[in-house]
Write a protein that binds this ligand. Structure first.
Ligand SMILES: N[C@@H](CCC(=O)N[C@@H](CS)C(=O)NCC(=O)O)C(=O)O
Length: 248
């Protein structure tokens, strides 16, 4: 358990939801590298939720992780989605070499993380440890500024980022990067969770819409999306659809 199978990327994430693990998964899938979904293995094979618990309890080397997603590669155990991606992307050819582009990419990925956390807090505004059903009035209240103010602000920001980059929609540098994959996932998640709100904003988001379509059409991503490895969004993940939180 201390080390990964030599040279193989191991993704340790809750089985059954795409969640934040999907941002890492998309990078691995787009690069076409072999990787292991540790928690989708049985507990007798070292998988299941027990694999997460062992790492959170300190069974791995290096810095103690706080929460999944966790990426393990040989003796390295890395957590925090943006941190994982800034380490992984250069190895997968998903970011340019120069420092300015890497800094810009990490800045955007951290902004995506902020947005994802806010999307989560709409359905869990009081505590992640409580059921949605135990915080419904607060969630409904929280949904109003999220859909009315925060979604337009974050999405408008990413649209302006794409416009400034010029060319075929991509977020940083002069080519495709892991941030484009993450923006794809962000749009997909919001389209599942807040379809009415996103539909209302779409006319203002032509570049994000084109980027989403372009990523979905990338051959390895298209194959992945059609495969059983791509888990559907559901009522247990970060992006959840409750119609009462997405009213027009
Ligand atoms: N900022 C972290 C957030 C990690 C996170 O919240 N992970 C969730 C699953 S998506 C979790 O298991 N959280 C448990 C906890 O916060 O106690 C990241 O981007 O990786």
């Amino acid at each position: 358990m201390a080390m990964s199978e030599s040279g193989v990327y191991e993704l340790i994430y809750w089985p059954g939801i795409p969640g934040r693990g999907e941002f890492v998964r998309l990078a691995l899938e787009d690069a076409g590298v072999p990787y292991l979904e540790v928690c989708r293995r049985s507990e007798s094979e070292g998988g299941g939720v027990a694999a997460i618990e062992r790492l959170l309890d300190g069974a791995g080397p290096g810095m103690l992780p706080f929460a999944p997603p966790i990426l393990r590669w040989n003796e390295l155990v890395i957590c925090q989605t943006a941190n994982i991606l800034q380490w992984l992307a250069p190895r997968l050819g998903l970011i340019a070499d120069d420092e300015a582009t890497r800094l810009a990419a990490n800045q955007l990925q951290l902004t995506i993380a902020d947005f994802v956390a806010e999307a989560h807090d709409v359905h869990h505004p009081i505590a992640a440890s409580l059921y949605y059903e135990d915080q419904k009035p607060e969630a409904k209240r929280r949904a109003i500024p999220f859909t009315g103010e925060r979604m337009p602000r974050f999405l408008g920001y990413f649209e302006r980022v794409l416009a400034r980059a010029g060319g075929p929609p991509h977020a940083v540098g002069s080519g495709f990067s892991y941030v484009d994959l993450s923006l794809f996932q962000l749009v997909a998640g919001l389209d599942y969770a807040f379809p009415n709100t996103l539909a209302g904003l779409r006319p203002e988001l032509p570049l994000l819409t084109r980027l989403h379509q372009a990523v979905a059409a990338r051959p390895r991503i298209a194959a992945y999306l059609a495969s059983p490895r791509r888990l559907p969004f559901n009522k247990h993940g970060v992006f959840r659809h409750y119609p009462e939180l997405d009213e027009k």
